[in-house]
Each structure stands twice: as C-alpha cells, then as structure tokens.
Design a protein around this ligand. Structure first.
Ligand code: GLV
Ligand code: MN
Ligand code: MN
Length: 415
C-alpha cells in the first residue's frame, strides 16, 4: 500500500479553517456554539461529505464522519480531535488531528485500500473549557464519564445552560443518547501537536504517547468587603483581590513544592468586582487548573490548595467558596495502538519519542471505553494556546502518514 498525503491540500485546509475565527489573524478564537464555530463545523462537514464519508451529529454536537468498512456492523476504528479554540489561540491545536485525520482517510481511499472495520473521523464538541468551565464535554458524555443531567446543568458566563445553548445552535436531541454503546470503537487514535518543547528539543518529528496526565480544576469565589479606595483604612479592609492574590501564589507554591516538574498549576481566570480604580474589590471569581502525571501527587497539591483556602479565609476575614469542577484520573495509552504507530514509524525509519501528554485531550476520556493512543508532532518552541503556535507542514504530513498507516493496521484490510 503506497500512501500519499496531499501536503498542499492539508496545509491550505488548515489555513481556510484558521480564517473562520473571531480573532485578528494570526490569532484564532472559536468558542463552541458561536456563529463562527457553527460556520467552521459546517465547513468541516462539507469537506467530510466531499470525501464520501457518512456524517452524523449527536445532541452535544460531536460530529462523526464514517468511511464504512467491509463489515459495517463491526466496531469502528476512530480518529479525530477538536476544532474549538480558546480565546487568542493558534491554528493547530485540535485542527491537526481533525484535518490530518481527514487527510489520512483520503490517502487511504486514494491508495485503493478497503478497510474491514469502518474508519470514523470524530470531531469532538467543546474540548476547550472556555464556555462551560469544563473541558472535553463531548468526550465525557460519549464515554459516560459525565452524566447527561450534570452536563445539562452547566452554565456559560451569561448564565445560559448547556441545554439552552446547544438547542439554540440546532442540537435538539437528548443528551442521554450521546453515550456510545459499549464496544463502539475497536480502537481510537488522536493526532495532535505536542504543546510542549520536547520533540523539537530532541529534533524528533514524532512522539508516541504513553500516558495522559491527570487534570483537575476548581472554581473559586472570594467574597470580601468593598468600599472607598481613599476612605477605608488598611486595618479595616477585607479586600477580595488581595486574598485572591495570596491564593494564586499558594496554588503556584503547591505545584512548585510537589517535588516534581510534572505538577503544574495555573490561575487563568480572575474576575474582579466591581473593577473600578478607586473601589476596593469586594468579589473575585477565579479558576485553578491543576495537573500532574501522578494522581497521588496531584491530589496532594490539591489538598495543599484547599488548606491554603482555609488559612487565607481566616487570616483575611473573607469568605472563600470552592467548587470542584473536575478531578480526572490519568490514562495509559493502549499497547496495540502504540504498537501500530511504532510499526509505521519503524517501517519508514522515522525516529520517535515515547512520551507523556501533559495537556489533556478527548483521548483521556475515550480511553475509558476503547483502546486509545495518541501521536504527537512538534510545535515551534512548544508554543500552544497562543497565536504564534506553529507546526511545520512536513511534520503535519508525516503525522498524517503514520496515522493513516496505524488506522489501516487497526481496521484491517478487506481484501
Ligand atoms: C487542552 O486544551 C488543555 O488545556 O490541556
Ligand atoms: Mn487546547
Ligand atoms: Mn487540543
């Protein structure tokens, strides 16, 4: 089987999708269920249909584009990623796995290969936590990791629930039906940029993921007392932002002092009320994103943050409420998927690193229901979630080629 990845088409499709954005280029912003996201989804669907794939969407907006195999009732082999993008993001996060996955399928079709098991491209809905506060909503529902009732109640910043937002966007089915039947996928492989610097530093163009780190996140509300910036004397203050600042440093310290570089903590949202120059902040809403490759160590850092919440609240006389948004276990990638990827690399003489994914991905949740693996390609300086995120066309092409061969191996040949 001789596979040709059309690098020019793939690259030009990545550029076309990047132009469907709510940010000034080169930045990309595509928040789930906005008109821009819906336009991008329609464009991806049109590409899939042009490739002869049978497309369906579920009630949360996951898109399935299937190339039927010779045995269409057998479990499918899945690939894919996401096209939603955080504010001020780049062109490649998620997109490489969606358009690279589509290109892998087209290359297999053009080679004359006929799969035994169907091969399905999956575009996960709402991988990014921007709108509803929790990442991977689509794959959590597909895998049954989050119940339909819990998902329906999540709200966006305007107070609109998942149900309201998705229904307005045209997704009216029941969330109860999103969970996949057991054995739906024989295997799943996600192609993604590394979002870290290790491949580039070691001058290796491919990474085969061994495991995916465990993410957790907290929503925190600090309630102090507002007042006049001139009139209220320092001993009398209950400044919510000063308490939040201490808490941010406590989260940083919990990660830095865990004893491992793999523990990382980030406060990426901090909303200050009332947000006036001469007014003491009375209320702060913030989030903590905490991750580690080791579950016990991640939980230890979480405990340290929770202890700091109690101490800071007492010391400053402010009320601090916390809500655990998610605390997920890590995942090991499946040996059969890793082997399929490694065999393809070896056949071509491509060097690869075996590595950990410190970012989370929908594969973390699909791994709960199917043998799952991930293939990484380098991104310049390890940059991601920023406008200058960049992956070289030849690396994307190489990733799509190895992905295509792994899909063929996992799906088997009908001939
Ligand atoms: C995914 O976007 C992540 O934050 O790891
Ligand atoms: Mn991302
Ligand atoms: Mn991603």
């Amino acid at each position: 089987m001789k596979l040709e990845i059309d690098q020019q088409r793939l690259n030009s499709e990545i550029e076309t999708l990047a132009a469907i954005s709510d940010a000034e280029p080169p930045a990309v912003t595509r928040i789930v269920f906005t008109p821009t996201d819906l336009k991008a989804r329609a464009w991806v669907i049109s590409r899939c249909e042009e490739a002869g794939l049978a497309v369906r969407q579920d009630a949360i907006g996951n898109i399935f584009a299937r190339w039927n195999g010779a045995d269409p009732t057998a479990p499918a082999v899945g690939t894919g990623s996401h096209i939603d993008a955080i504010p001020n993001a780049g062109k490649y996060d998620g997109v490489v796995g969606v358009l690279g996955g589509l290109e892998a399928i087209r290359a297999l079709q053009q080679s004359g290969f006929r799969p035994k098991n169907s091969i399905e491209l999956l575009v996960f809905a709402t991988e990014e936590p921007t709108r509803f506060g929790i990442g991977c909503l689509g794959s959590r529902l597909l895998s049954g990791t989050l119940s339909a009732d819990a998902a329906a109640q999540l709200k966006d910043n305007n107070g609109e629930s998942v149900n309201e937002v998705r229904q307005k966007a045209g997704f009216r089915g029941s969330l109860q039906d999103v969970k996949l039947p057991s054995g739906y996928y024989k295997a799943f492989v996600e192609l993604h940029i590394e979002q870290g610097p290790l491949l580039e530093r070691s001058q290796t163009s491919l990474g085969i993921v061994k495991s995916i780190a465990a993410p957790a996140s907290l929503r925190i509300a600090v309630e102090g007392a507002g007042g006049h910036a001139g009139g209220v004397l320092m001993p009398d203050r209950k400044d919510a932002l000063c308490a939040a600042a201490e808490l941010i440093l406590a989260a940083e310290n919990a990660a830095r002092s865990s004893g491992a570089a793999d523990t990382v903590a980030t406060v990426g949202v901090c909303d200050v009320f009332p947000g006036a120059v001469n007014s003491i902040p009375s209320r702060v809403k913030m989030t903590v994103d905490l991750r580690d490759t080791d579950l016990a160590r991640r939980n230890g850092a979480m405990k340290a943050i929770e202890n700091a919440i109690v101490t800071i609240s007492k010391k400053r006389g402010v009320a601090i409420q916390q809500e655990l948004i998610n605390a997920d276990a890590p995942a090991d990638c499946a040996p059969e998927v890793r082997t399929a990827l490694a065999d393809s690399c070896r056949d071509h003489g491509f060097a690869f690193l075996e590595m950990v994914s410190r970012a989370y991905h929908d594969s973390l949740f699909i791994s709960r229901i199917a043998p799952t693996g991930m293939l990484f390609i380098p991104c310049r300086n390890g940059y991601s979630h920023r406008p200058d995120e960049y992956a070289a066309p030849h690396d994307i092409t190489r990733g799509a080629l190895v992905l295509a061969e792994a899909l063929a191996k996992l799906a088997g040949s009908a001939q």
